[in-house]
Design a binder for this molecule. Sequence first.
Ligand SMILES: Nc1nc2c(c(=O)[nH]1)N[C@@H](CN(C=O)c1ccc(C(=O)N[C@@H](CCC(=O)O)C(=O)O)cc1)CN2
Ligand code: MG
Length: 289
Amino acid sequence: MIETRLIDGKAFAETLRARIASDVTAFHAATGVKPGLAVVLVGEDPASSVYVRNKGRQTLEAGMASFEHKLPAETSQDEVLALIATLNADSSVHGILVQLPLPGHIDAQAVLATIDPAKDVDGFHVVNAGRLAVGLEALVPCTPLGCVMLLKDTLGSLAGLEAVVVGRSNIVGKPLAQLLLREDCTVTIAHSRTRDLPGVCRRADILIGAVGRPEMIRGDWIKPGATVIDVGINRITGADGKNRLVGDVAFEEAQGIAGAITPVPGGVGPMTIACLLANTLTAARRLVG
Ligand SMILES: Nc1nc2c(c(=O)[nH]1)N[C@@H](CN(C=O)c1ccc(C(=O)N[C@@H](CCC(=O)O)C(=O)O)cc1)CN2
Ligand SMILES: [Mg+2]
């Protein structure tokens, strides 16, 4: 039986954030500029509020300036666009992020399209998505970037490996497939219409769950020894009536089959904010340098 290794994203993210903090100190000493991150939250979604609070705290801990803009749920799209125009023009702001999801009356794509691509630290602007797709320097979405960092730390070179990404979102699935292609993986994006999904998953040396469906990927979908990255964060009520967080992969079933796996929580999640800080420093270097 295979001994399944746990990929500790929480510890990796802590080390990364410490390195970013020391790079921020050096950048500030060299330029006199403190990188600044502006986060826009519309409404009071409880999970989003927690993520935004954590982003603000970790931005300050890394020695950067944090600008939080919390707007009521009924804010109009025009008001959000006006705020973004102000942030685009503000030289103390090097990174701009609009927390998703937005309330239903706001067109997220229209909002994301107005962020200056040079300040788009989420990497969601079509200019950054396009630059990533054609192999140019780009700001890259944080969760996929974190996944690839964990994979390279676990496996070294990814070249030639068969990667299956289950999920085709603009935030995770599509950019992650581009990043894996850049690492010379053979990449498949699978989704709800994929035929024989278990069989497709069983081909994977690297299996990524990014569908947002609790424990959908079963243990017997995993090729023995494969590295499994679980991007899902699903809140479920267990048989005992208690709420808990599970991923897209049936974690217990993966034990003894996967070579390595990220837990939920404590796997990919913490990497998202660490990579956001890395992107903010990258954006500041490009804007100031
Ligand atoms: N503008 C953006 N919106 C959203 C993004 C994003 O990258 N940019 N990603 C997610 C939410 N997110 C950050 O915004 C995020 C999600 C999860 C975590 C995290 O650390 N998760 C912990 C568990 C936390 C919990 O108990 O809920 C973990 O997995 O260990 C950080 C950031 C959607 N929106
Ligand atoms: Mg909408």
